[in-house]
Design a protein around this ligand. Structure first.
Ligand code: 9PG
Length: 535
């Protein structure tokens, strides 16, 4: 090391490079002999892209800009070089990798030609530099992170039925009661109610579709011998919520006093709470205690990235440290005996505080959606290929936390995945050791129901053969087909992409899209009334 400046060490890569070093600094630079062909890019939060990428074709900025806060780290959305949050790695000539990863929060890594460089956003901290076989290096990095940030204690993976990818926001008491009955004796440990039960994002009381209240619903599920789960997005609120209206001072603003955008969803702008405000922390703790009193013991907290967005906080502490303060309060209030799944969550700042972490974007009943994935060049948008790609690149987090790759599909109704694509998702669940589905029992034929049952009962032996190839009880599975990013739009397609990108940056266009999605959903739900489970 040529340690001219102790807070900004520079390291020369050489033939006899050590397998492992820990260096400290506000930034660290590693000079490489050549420009590497491959860079491991690690996205900020659950839904952000994590993948090995080819350094010869720079990734275009994903569209639309309006959703950046919700899909990646907005601070680096336009960063010109291949980059990632906390960790980056490059492929070397001899198949070894060289990894540079921070051991603290609020850090970033980029590849600038032949320099691998990391920096802390404020202050300085420790870095791990590892050189060698890919799997061993990631394992060692995870071990060191565990020592600093903590390891999830609860290692028993729950088998979950989640309402989202079947009913979406169209859940109500009646539809859920039917599902609970029709699931029969399928070996599921948790029934988790997702988005759609609440009065508004920010107002965490049941809406009119749940007239009997949350305690009654929880009781009904507990009677089937299962745990009950609930989805909330406690750190964000829509503009029209009572919370935003009544407590505007709890929300994060920028240095000009303007509310920080947390994205746009449910046809509305999103804002986020300032987790350094003591009243916000009290409110969050009270909310978790309320959810526990209702009877829920599995909690999926979503859109958590909001708490770590850049802004001017009550206390002047780094943004990921501020987030972690909020997460700790949520965790303590829900208690150690609650299973806590963090979703839409910045990865490193959530470690040690949650039991499970969503490690990829949402799956969907399609492999790749041309409009959003290809034209907007958006690897964060819900879709099965996007979900598999990022999740498989985050499996190394397994020793630290339970890794949730999202639900698997068994149904052929209301799903456009072919058998091979469905199998790949099911196998992803097996290699990540987290099994969930949202299939409505009414939609499954008897073979599909049997398939779901054996999946839930399976405890296969998993062996990783190479980056994307595995053996599941001796059966070969390769996730490589989900990894390539789409071709970048050219010619006429590029023009279409430009127009769509422009359109998707307008709130009115997203509102119309939201309206269309809701009408499609209404039709699906209407059909449900005439469907009975057939097993
Ligand atoms: C409920 C859902 C489900 C799902 C979560 C989350 O536009 N987006 O980028 C976007 C990404 C994910 C998302 C919604 C919007 O889904 O991952 O499991 O709980 O919220 O609304």
């Amino acid at each position: 090391m040529q340690d001219n400046d102790a807070i900004m060490p520079t390291i020369e890569f050489s033939e006899q490079f050590p397998a492992e070093q820990i260096v400290s600094g506000a930034s660290v630079t590693i000079n490489l002999p050549l420009i590497p062909k491959q860079f491991f890019r690690h996205g900020w939060q659950s839904w952000s892209l994590a993948s090995w990428i080819d350094t010869s074709t720079p990734l275009p900025v994903q569209k639309p800009r309006l959703l950046h806060a919700m899909q990646l780290d907005p601070t680096y959305a336009f960063h010109p070089n291949p980059h990632g949050s906390w960790v980056g790695a490059v492929g070397m000539e001899n198949e070894n990798i060289l990894l540079l990863g921070s051991l603290g929060l609020d850090a970033h890594v980029e590849l600038n030609n032949n320099q691998l460089r990391g920096w802390y956003e404020s202050g300085s901290g420790d870095w791990f530099v590892g050189y060698g076989i890919e799997q061993s290096i990631f394992t060692r990095y995870a071990e060191l992170l565990g020592e600093r940030l903590g390891i999830a204690q609860n290692r028993t993976p729950p088998r979950v039925w989640c309402s989202w990818y079947g009913l979406y926001t169209a859940i109500d008491e009646l539809a859920l009661t039917k599902v609970i009955g029709d699931l029969g004796n399928l070996p599921l440990d948790v029934i988790q109610i997702d988005d759609g039960w609440q009065a508004a994002i920010g107002d965490w009381q049941p809406n009119k579709k749940f007239p009997s209240g949350m305690t009654a619903l929880a009781e009904k599920i507990k009677l089937t011998g299962r745990k009950v789960g609930l989805w909330l997005a406690p750190l964000i609120a829509v503009k029209s919520s009572r919370l935003f209206h009544e407590q505007p001072n709890w929300f994060l603003r920028d240095e000009h006093g303007k509310f920080v955008s947390a994205g746009f969803n449910w046809g509305e702008p999103l804002y986020t709470l300032d987790t350094t405000h003591s009243e916000v922390l009290d409110w969050l703790a009270a909310l978790m205690k309320q959810v526990r009193r209702w009877g829920f013991s599995y909690i999926k907290l979503d859109f958590l990235y909001g708490g770590a967005l850049p802004g001017k906080r009550h206390l002047d502490i780094p943004r990921e440290a501020a987030y972690r303060t909020g997460l700790k309060v949520l965790r303590d209030a829900m208690g150690e005996d609650t299973f806590f799944l963090a979703c839409g969550a910045p990865i490193l700042p959530s470690l040690g505080l949650c039991d499970a972490l969503r490690i990829g974007p949402d799956v969907a009943g399609v492999w790749e959606n041309t409009r959003d994935v290809v034209l907007l060049y958006n690897p964060t948008i819900p879709g099965t290929k996007n979900a598999i790609r990022t999740s498989i690149h985050r499996r190394w987090l397994g020793p630290l936390v339970q890794t949730d790759p999202d639900v698997a599909y068994f149904r052929s109704r209301e799903c456009r995945l072919n058998d091979e694509q469905k199998s790949l998702l099911q196998d992803l669940a097996l290699v990540c050791n987290f099994k969930a589905t949202s299939d409505l029992p009414q939609w499954l034929d008897s073979d599909e129901r049997d398939g779901l049952r054996s999946f839930l009962n399976a405890e296969p032996e998993i062996k990783q053969l190479s980056r994307y190839a595995f053996q599941i009880d001796g059966r070969a599975v390769d996730f490589g087909s989900a990894v390539p990013l789409p071709e970048q739009p050219r010619g006429g397609t590029a023009m279409k992409a430009g127009m769509l990108g422009w359109l998707a940056n307008h709130k009115w266009a997203l509102k119309i899209d939201n309206y269309i999605q809701k009408s499609i959903l209404k039709k699906i739900i209407k059909n449900l009334e005439n469907q009975d489970a057939n097993y």
